[in-house]
Design a protein around this ligand. Structure first.
Ligand code: CAA
Length: 437
């Protein structure tokens, strides 16, 4: 056994979020569709949802998150020995998103590159794999990069529509003590069961969902994993400082807490009143909900958006604390695990980019939202690429590093976005790069 395995010092050393530039508020959605905004605000716990411009997809969002991470955290791309993209918004049956990202981020050829897919569980599987890869000594001192990237899209007018969202979270996993998060997957509190709660056939652009049943499956998986974790000697939910969940919508955090309290009552006889649980919710669950409330569901990235929310919202309070994390992927596989937050908040301060990303956004109206959807669907067809044509170019996200412009001869076309052009010209001006001939 090597030293790292003995000490267990494998950490998420860096984390950055990509927040799409455009958002649709639930008030606007309610006004346009004649629904009660209270259902969205109070019933689901949502305020706004991120909507991707047609030139933005799972690839461009992952690249933006990864590039931001490399730049802000000063990570050398040559140090990355494994790159895993976790997504259920894949763009090809064979070619992984990770290989586009590998090129866009300038990572060395000496690197394992692949995508993982299991609905919203993918990023947790990738994180557990990365921790194991480093702990085993197989990494040879290199780091793993995990990027969770997804677009949650349902049919217009469906019950799922208000729970849409989009975004990406990039993390670097490495060995050492100066980390942001030290995950512990050792309790093996995992629960897998084949259910048809949520799925997307290869020929569909939007997900299909048996909504209420999916909530039942989610809560059943939570009760099974939390019970397993407790029976293996884990602390109770009251002892964990914060509780982060996969948040398809914020309100599920309350349902999840109630479920944990029920399981706890059966296991230890500790019964919590509703009033007590409301207090526990505010203290332990709410700090992780900002991303979900403002961005919506981001599938694989959702739990890690909750982590980013907690780190940015709680600052000193979260440092050095033990937290509980619940990951659920429809279909289904779920895991409850714990993690220690790093003890020095200066490490992540100003580098995550979630709250800044949320505050810089532009709100769109309902017609623009429908337009974005229409143009996104058009680009997903062969020979949709037209030279010189940038769909809805007047609404281009100014912070985009890359733009997807459609297919030409069955191949996806990406070009540098506005932020990349600014960055390249700055590098040329300062002599860091020679001018392009
Ligand atoms: N004012 C206040 N609250 C209101 C209201 C009003 N006017 N009208 C309704 N509500 C409340 C309801 O009481 C309900 O609250 P409770 O669940 O606490 O009872 C809530 O708003 C939702 O309303 P409905 O029960 O009418 O449910 P819906 O038909 O709108 O569907 C949903 C809700 C099933 C979550 C639907 O949005 C959906 O299908 N979402 C997509 C699937 C999903 O997110 N599943 C989650 C588990 S699966 C998973 O986690 C994986 C994943 O990411 C997809």
């Amino acid at each position: 056994m090597n030293d790292i395995a003995k000490e267990g010092l494998v950490a998420v050393e860096a984390i950055s979020a990509h927040v799409p530039f455009h958002a649709l508020s639930h008030q606007v959605l309610a006004d346009a569709t004649g629904q009660d905004p209270d259902k969205f605000h109070r019933g689901l716990g949502c305020s706004r949802m991120a909507i991707c411009h047609p030139t933005q997809d799972a690839v461009t969002m992952a690249a933006d998150a990864g590039e931001t991470l490399l730049e802000r955290w000063k990570v050398d791309p040559d140090d990355i020995g494994m790159l895993i993209v976790a997504t259920e918004s894949g763009v090809d049956w064979a070619k992984p998103i990770a290989i586009y990202i590998h090129q866009m981020l300038g990572i060395s050829p000496n690197c394992r590159i692949f995508d993982v897919q299991h609905a919203c569980f993918g990023a947790s599987a990738a994180l557990a794999m990365s921790v194991g890869w480093i702990r085993s000594g197989m990494s040879g001192g290199k780091k793993a990069m995990v990027i969770a990237t997804d677009i949650a899209r349902y049919e217009v007018g469906s019950a799922g529509e208000p729970t849409q969202g989009a975004g990406a979270v990039a993390m670097v996993v490495g060995e050492g003590s100066g980390g942001v998060l030290f995950p512990d997957f050792s309790s093996q509190a995992i629960y897998a069961r084949n259910v048809m709660d949520f799925w997307r056939p290869g020929f569909c652009n939007s997900a299909l969902v048996n909504g209420k049943y999916s909530v039942e499956c989610y809560l059943k998986a939570l009760s099974e994993t939390y019970a397993h974790y407790r029976r293996s000697g884990g602390e109770s939910y009251r002892q964990l400082k914060y509780l982060l969940f996969h948040f398809p919508f914020t309100r599920i955090g309350w349902k999840a807490l109630v479920m944990m309290a029920d399981v706890e009552a059966q296991i230890s006889g500790d019964v919590a009143s509703e009033e007590e649980l409301l207090g526990i919710y505010d203290e332990k669950v709410k700090p992780g909900t900002t991303g979900a409330r403002e961005i919506g569901n981001v599938y694989c990235a959702s739990l890690y958006l909750a982590l980013a929310s907690l780190l940015e919202a709680e600052k000193d309070c979260a440092a050095g604390e033990k937290i509980g994390m619940f990951s659920y992927g429809s279909g289904s596989c779920a895991e409850f695990f714990t993690a220690m937050v790093g003890s020095r908040r200066e490490i992540w301060e100003g580098k995550i980019g979630l709250l800044g990303g949320i505050s810089r956004r532009e709100n769109i109206d309902y017609e623009t939202y429908l337009d974005f959807r229409k143009h996104s669907a058009r680009l997903y067809q062969d020979n949709s690429f037209r030279i010189g044509d940038v769909p809805l170019g007047n609404k281009l996200p100014p912070d985009a590093h890359h733009l997807f412009l459609g297919y030409r001869n069955m191949k996806r076309i990406y070009i540098p976005g506005p932020a990349m052009r600014v960055c390249l010209s700055r590098k040329i001006r300062t002599g860091a790069l020679p001018p392009v001939e």
